[in-house]
Design a protein around this ligand. Structure first.
Ligand SMILES: Cc1ncc(COP(=O)(O)O)c(C=O)c1O
Length: 397
């Protein structure tokens, strides 16, 4: 899709007239159609009562299949869950970290210190159940420490739960290299694609990825409550989550009180009732991404993040994102004295982005961003930095 066609999609996001959105690494803008889909959910509930489930359950599978297209896996291989923390906990509950069983004597969990905190919290606590948790340090706090990570993966490693794109620097892992190496040692990879899906092209099936997850809040423009878990189909029979629920059962409506009989497909990971309102609101964003195609999003993103980098370097700021396009995702992170305060002023002026400790300002153009918005953002930043309390008089939107 051409950049002109991408900009034409702005009309599908009414919120873009209300501020400059450079914050899709944290919260993607709401599409107009999300409101319509939310209303459809309420209409179905109101008009169809219990019969609405005949639409709601297929809607879960339909959304999962749209996401499957975006991340490069077969339809029917994704389970929808409320958030990534729960995804991690469900996966963790498939292991008992004891010798024997389907995963042999493996009890080692390996990831790096730039992982997203929620993932660390879930896995760190698995030490109470016998996991050996190895957190690989980063040399610079910016690039994924891939060599150290690969060195830490050995014959006792069970799982490598890493972020594909790091939230703090937008540093990008060479996922295929990690997966290949993990497999050579008999370990599995759970790739958190929250910061890469919908902005970096993914071919998870072709890469042989074991498991992957993410959510809808950020680059997918889908709002909270609709996270996903992909499992490579041949791996499924080995995964029997202790965190389960009636929809993980082969026959949920049999209400059988015997031992758990897991569904053959990925729904064995799904647990209880799905977050249906979130499934409805998430759909429009993912459909837009699937229609646009992540290749064109990436091309534009690399151009605009390079532009941003140029502007930022001109001002002498410290850039905390790798410069090489093969090493970064869709965000540009930079810092300077007083950045936190300036960032707060910019957000008040509706130039939406954020500030994170040990990172600085995080700024993310997406497929709908115009070059002039980036220029206006930097002009406003200059004004705020100079202590000018008044936003530019003319509306930038
Ligand atoms: C890489 C990554 N993983 C996970 C999360 C969030 O996890 P959860 O869905 O549990 O809130 C975020 C950000 O919110 C993230 O950037």
């Amino acid at each position: 899709m051409s950049e002109e066609a991408l900009l034409a999609l702005r009309s599908e996001f009414p919120t873009l007239t209300k501020g400059v959105h450079l914050i899709s690494h944290s919260l993607g803008p709401v599409p107009r159609a999300a409101r319509a889909h939310a209303e459809t959910f309420l209409d179905e509930w109101e008009n169809d009562s219990i019969n609405a489930w005949a639409k709601w359950l297929p809607a879960v599978r339909d959304l999962a299949d749209v996401i499957a297209r975006v991340i490069g896996v077969q339809p029917g291989t994704i389970a929808m869950l409320p958030n990534v923390s729960i995804v991690q906990a469900v996966v963790a509950s498939c292991f008992d970290f004891k010798p024997g069983g389907p995963f042999g004597n493996r009890n080692k969990i390996v990831y790096d210190e730039l992982n997203f905190s929620t993932v660390h919290y879930v896995w760190r606590e698995q030490a109470r159940r016998g996991a050996e948790v190895v957190v690989v340090p980063s040399a610079d706090g910016i690039r994924p420490p891939i060599e150290a990570l690969l060195n830490a993966i050995d014959e006792r490693t069970l799982l490598v739960p890493i972020s594909h794109v790091l939230f703090r620097s937008s540093g990008l892992y060479d996922a295929k290299r990690v997966i290949d190496h993990a497999h050579s040692k008999g370990a599995m990879v759970l790739l958190d694609c929250y910061q890469s899906a919908a902005t970096v092209p993914l071919e998870l099936e072709a890469w042989g990825c074991d498991m992957a997850c993410g959510g809808s809040v950020k680059w997918a423009c889908g709002g909270p409550g609709a996270a996903y878990l992909y499992v490579r189909p041949d791996l499924l029979p080995k995964l029997q989550p202790m965190n389960n629920g009636w929809f993980s059962h082969k026959a949920p409506f049999a209400f059988d009180m015997g031992p758990m009989e897991y569904a053959d497909d990925v729904w064995r990971m799904i647990g209880g009732t799905m977050p249906i309102p979130a499934i409805y609101t998430a759909r429009a964003g993912w459909e837009t991404i699937a229609k646009v195609g992540v290749e064109s999003i990436r091309k534009k993103s690399l151009r605009q993040t390079s532009l941003l980098r140029e502007f930022v370097e001109k001002r002498g700021f410290k850039v905390n994102t790798p410069s090489d396009s093969s090493e970064r995702g869709g965000t540009m992170c930079f810092d300077f004295d007083g950045a936190e305060q300036v960032s707060r002023a910019l957000c008040e002026r509706r130039f939406f982005h954020d500030y994170r400790p040990r990172c600085g300002m995080r700024v993310s153009p997406h497929f709908f961003t115009s070059d002039s918005e980036i220029e206006l953002f930097l002009e406003e930043l200059d004004r705020a930095r100079a202590g000018d309390p008044t936003p530019k008089a003319a509306s930038p939107y």
